[in-house]
Write a protein that binds this ligand. Structure first.
Ligand SMILES: [Zn+2]
Length: 184
């Protein structure tokens, strides 16, 4: 299965870059992204993409250029949404309480509820009563929250891993830490 997405996002879920061009300019300057294509903030992989993303396992067959209508790896930037969004997938794991590590069985209904009341009321753990924001739960790299995302499409889940150099470049430029997860 190669239709997973690797997603990078800032640790502070309400953070956005100072303007809509900044992220594109930074990622172009470190040659993570190359030429834009199809509009909508989509870019081909840049010259140094494979230095900044490590590929494990059977990923060497990854395609970086459009060819014969086959799925290929490209990057889409979402610099800033109106409010904090939840980005998960069909295989998102049940999140675990940051205090007692109990899994939240009905997390899908809790997420729907959270999305309807975007005010961001904290979740209260049914096992230990601890209150925490949904993004403080442990989603085991299978979902994330934010307003700013870097999405790398058509990779094998968990086999494309951002190198520290890429996370450091984002951190030193913006002064906020970044993490990553997989959507599939
Ligand atoms: Zn708990």
């Amino acid at each position: 299965m190669k239709n997973a997405r690797l997603v990078l996002c800032p640790d502070q879920p309400d953070w956005t870059p100072p303007d809509d061009e900044s992220l594109e300019q930074l990622l172009q300057s470190i040659q993570f992204i190359g030429e834009p294509f199809n509009g909508d903030m989509q870019f081909l992989a840049g010259e140094r993409f494979l230095d900044l993303i490590a590929l494990m396992g059977c990923s060497p067959g990854i395609r970086l250029e459009p060819e014969d209508d086959q799925a290929f790896c490209y990057i889409r930037l979402i610099p800033g949404t109106e409010s904090i969004e939840f980005h998960g997938g069909d295989r998102t794991h049940a999140p675990r309480c940051p205090q007692c590590r109990s899994a939240v069985a009905d997390w899908e209904s809790k997420i729907s509820c959270w999305q309807e009341n975007s005010a961001g009321t904290p979740w209260s753990c049914e096992t230990c009563g601890h209150e925490a924001a949904p993004w403080d739960y442990n989603w085991r790299k299978s979902a994330g929250f934010g307003r700013c995302f870097i999405k790398i499409s058509n990779i094998f889940p968990k086999e494309a891993i951002p190198q520290q150099q890429l996370l450091d470049a984002l951190h030193s430029h913006y002064g906020v830490s970044w993490h990553y997860f997989y959507q599939y």
